[in-house]
Write a protein that binds this ligand. Sequence first.
Ligand SMILES: *Cc1c(COP(=O)(O)O)cnc(C)c1O
Length: 365
Amino acid sequence: MPLIDTIIRPDIRAMSVYHVPDSTGFLKLDAMENPYTLPDELRAELGQRLADVAMNRYPVPSYTALKASICRHLGVPAGFDVVLGNGSDELIAMVSVACAQPGAKVLAPVPGFVMYAVSAQLAGLEFVGVPLAADFSLDLPAMLAAIALYRPAVTYLAYPNNPTGALFDADAMVQIIRAVGDTGVVIVDEAYQPFAQATFMPRLAEFPNLVVMRTVSKLGLAGIRLGYMTGSAALMTEFEKVRPPYNINVLTQCAAEFVLEHCDVLDAQAALLRAERTRVAAALDALPGVVAFPSDANFILVRVLGRGQGHGQSANDVSANLLDRKILIKNVGKMHGLLHDCLRITVSTPQENDLLLEALAAALS
Ligand SMILES: *Cc1c(COP(=O)(O)O)cnc(C)c1O
């Protein structure tokens, strides 16, 4: 293929396409989606609002009303503006592009959210992954040493972390933000904030190099693709320049403005999922040969101890067995050495969680 070899970057040619398995007919517990929908009356009202949207017009790229609604309803401190992304994936890409100078580096603990590394590579930045401690807490000395050595332009801290699930120690994060200082930005990715109920938003004024990034995806709106980030006006002004002018489409804009008027509905759904998380974590941990790690998110990471520990099935066996039973979870065992024999399971409705627990118990025996 001379054409491909001639025009496509070698690193792109070496990549594989981001694979999303076909989930038709499956119980879908692999992608941290909210299983609940809006009540019927709200859906009908939303339908009416969407019908009135001027789809023949471009969006107005200032997005003033949507931004104001996000700031008002989602706890952005007074005086801070947001930059909008087509999902936080696009925000991560925008940060990479804005910071892609020769030699610039992106740093994050690993295992972590894969898009930090993918986006860095696509923008031509070097990614430095710093392994977590074996209990999935931050290895603070290793992080500080890597920051001193590489002086990263961008450091990501997912709070809580995906795929491990727990919040990092906030004091350790502050030490990292201070160590990065005025030679880099620290992006605290709060994708799971509705389930963690912990946030760095109130600390934005303390740290001019801090950016807080969020998404409405895990809250129940994964399909509309909307993320936002906030931080110092000086930083947001620069990131805003990289944003494609019409990146939030008019249907997303309308749907988000409508749903944010009814935040109480999403908050109640998040509360149900938090209660289920407690119940499901205890039930998973009680299964013979399974260890459930603590979670502040809407998923639970488990380790299957397998044959080595005198139990029956390996994590791969269990994962394949669940697939046969039409249940989709994420086998993260190959993502990173620290995640050996680990599976990531999304917390869902009580009924779906019971199906998972029964199937898992059967798959283990
Ligand atoms: C799911 C997830 C996101 C995703 O974002 P989108 O807004 O759906 O693109 C971002 N960060 C982390 C850590 C996530 O787990």
